[in-house]
Each structure stands twice: as structure tokens, then as C-alpha cells.
Write a protein that binds this ligand. Structure first.
Ligand code: AMP
Ligand code: MG
Length: 302
């Protein structure tokens, strides 16, 4: 676990335009000063991520978030009160403080206050908001352990803060409040039902046009994928040839959706080391509590 002196060193790196990988409750992030365009460009270089994919800007307070948004609707106040700190990213019209580099050129910014003491301590110590996508190469599996970051981006980052395994294990829910009606851009740990209980009807974003700046990189059809071929199956219909592993709720992964999500990427990272021909994953039930997991599995299999 990173101590106080490490947080101070990491904060100094962030202020100096460096890259720091840090734990959040969802996955590990690859962070840079969100207000420094050159530092933000280093994130894209390190990940090999197209510059049209916007980043999530992490804040340590609602006040800091408000300073980065051009408009702060009532729904943002309500959702921040219920779900921050936590795995919910709010997309809002951006203020001039946010460089275009951080938003893939979009006029909106994704803002989130993470529920992880080390992440919050880092943002506070740095004194600036921290732009951070997941700390992995573009389209790859998100890291849920410091070791995953080291294996994928070890040479590219200035420092990795180790906070042990992340508890949520899949990326945040992304909700846009920048349009006419609230729109779910990416399902995540906070479910649509939980959002609707607070702000009423939430629409669903259509897949993006290719070539255009993506409204949400979470909408890329292939994303969150292991190197090994991942296939989605039903009723244990696994391939008849080759070497592989079968996963289902209660078989190689936990039966309960939250525990399943927390274990999913670490399990896939591990299986990826085994030079298998396939990983067969049983399609979980089409029920609300499995929505985020089903979304990630569909992209991993794409
Ligand atoms: P990652 O978790 O690395 O895939 O990256 C960040 C996530 O940020 C994406 O999946 C998007 O859903 C979200 N995001 C950040 N900023 C915006 C924005 N301005 N508009 C839409 N989505 C955003
Ligand atoms: Mg990612």
C-alpha cells in the first residue's frame, strides 16, 4: 500500500506534467493534470488511444467538479449527493478550464469523484483535477491490480500507486446530462434503476458513427478485451476443439453480479497468461443487475 510520502511524490509528478497510475474503486487509472494539455497528450501516447476518445476527469469534491462544468443542472446536484464519491461519471458541458485534449475535442467533459482514499488523497495533494482513463493499452483489459498496470504500461508511467485489488472491478457508469434528456452512455456499477429512482427516465445512447468523435469511448464495439479469443456461449455450448476454459456465474466466477464484476478482469488477465485457444463465457441473465457485466462481455467478445 502506498503511504503518505508516496502520495506526496505522486502529487509532485502530476503537478510537473507527469503520468501516475493510481487505484480507484472501479479500475486503476492512468492520471495526468487535467488542466495541462501536454500532460494529457502523454496519456494518449502511453495508451495508444485515439485522440478522439474523451477521458474522465477525477475530482475530490463537488465544488471542484462545478468549476469544470459550464452548466451544473439540478440532476447533477441530486446524483452527486447520492452517488459521489462513487462509480458514476457525469457528462456535462465543459468550462474553458478543460483543454480540448482531455475531451477528445467534445464540448462536454466527463466528471467523477472516485470512492478510493488513495485517489482522493492524490487529487487533493496535487491541487488539480486528474484526467484518467483506465491504465491499460487501448482496447485491452482494464487493470484491477497494480501488477496489471506494470505488465501493460510499466515503462510509460512515472509512478504506480499500489492500492491492492480494486473492489468494483468494472468501469464507472457514464451518464450524460449535457443533452435534452439524461442518457446512459455506458452501463456500470450504478444501475439504470438506481439512476431513475433519483432523476426519472434515463435514455440509452445509440452506437456512435464511425470516424466521428465518440460520445463515449465505452461505446467502441471492441474494448475491454483479453488477447485470448473470448466467446459468449449459452447452455455450456463450448467449442469442441482446442484448449479452453469455461466460465459462468458460480463456475470459475462468483454467482452474485457484484462479486462477479469484481473478479471478472483479474480472472481474464490470469487466463490470458495460459496460452489458451479460447475462453468460453456463459451469457449471464438479461436482468438489470447483470447489465454492466453483459455490456463488457459483449465488447470483450467483439
Ligand atoms: P476508459 O474508462 O479508459 O474507457 O475511459 C473513459 C470513459 O470516459 C469512457 O468510456 C467514456 O464513457 C467516458 N467519458 C469521458 N468524457 C466523456 C465525454 N465528454 N462524453 C462522453 N463520455 C465521456
Ligand atoms: Mg479503458
Amino acid at each position: 500500500m502506498a503511504g503518505e510520502h508516496q502520495i506526496a511524490a505522486a502529487a509532485a509528478l502530476i503537478r510537473g506534467g507527469g503520468l501516475v497510475a493510481f487505484p480507484t474503486e472501479t479500475v486503476y487509472g492512468l492520471g495526468a493534470n487535467a488542466l495541462d494539455a501536454a500532460a494529457v497528450r502523454r496519456i494518449y501516447q502511453a495508451k495508444g488511444r485515439p485522440s478522439t476518445s474523451p477521458l474522465i476527469v477525477h475530482v475530490e469534491s463537488v465544488e471542484q467538479a462545478q468549476a469544470l462544468a459550464a452548466e451544473w443542472p439540478e440532476a447533477a446536484t441530486e446524483l452527486a449527493r447520492w452517488f459521489w464519491p462513487g462509480p458514476l461519471t457525469l457528462v456535462l458541458k465543459k468550462s474553458a478550464a478543460i483543454p480540448d485534449e482531455a475531451t477528445g475535442g467534445l464540448p462536454t467533459v466527463g466528471l467523477r469523484m472516485p470512492a478510493h482514499p488513495m485517489a482522493l488523497a492524490l487529487i487533493r495533494a496535487a491541487g488539480v483535477p486528474i484526467a484518467a482513463p483506465s491504465a491499460n493499452r487501448f482496447t485491452g483489459l482494464s487493470p484491477t491490480l497494480a501488477e496489471h498496470v506494470r505488465a501493460s504500461l510499466g515503462d510509460e508511467v512515472d509512478l504506480i500507486l499500489d492500492g491492492g485489488p480494486t473492489v468494483v472491478g468494472i468501469e464507472s457508469t457514464v451518464l450524460s446530462l449535457a443533452g435534452e434528456e439524461p442518457m446512459l452512455l455506458r452501463p456500470g456499477a450504478v444501475t439504470r434503476g438506481e439512476l431513475e429512482a433519483r432523476i426519472g427516465h434515463v435514455g440509452v445512447a445509440a452506437a456512435p458513427e464511425t470516424g466521428a468523435a465518440h460520445a463515449s469511448p465505452g461505446l467502441h464495439p471492441r474494448h475491454y478485451a483479453p488477447a485470448t479469443r473470448l466467446i459468449l456461449v449459452e447452455h455450456v455450448q463450448t467449442p469442441s476443439s482446442g484448449r479452453g476454459v469455461y466460465l459462468a456465474p458460480g463456475a470459475g466466477l462468483p454467482a452474485e453480479p457484484r462479486a462477479y464484476a469484481a473478479a471478472l478482469y483479474a480472472t481474464l488477465h490470469e487466463l490470458d497468461q495460459q496460452h489458451l485457444d479460447w475462453i468460453a463465457v456463459e451469457q449471464p441473465p438479461a436482468t438489470p443487475e447483470w447489465e454492466a457485466v453483459r455490456d463488457r462481455l459483449a465488447r470483450a467478445a467483439s
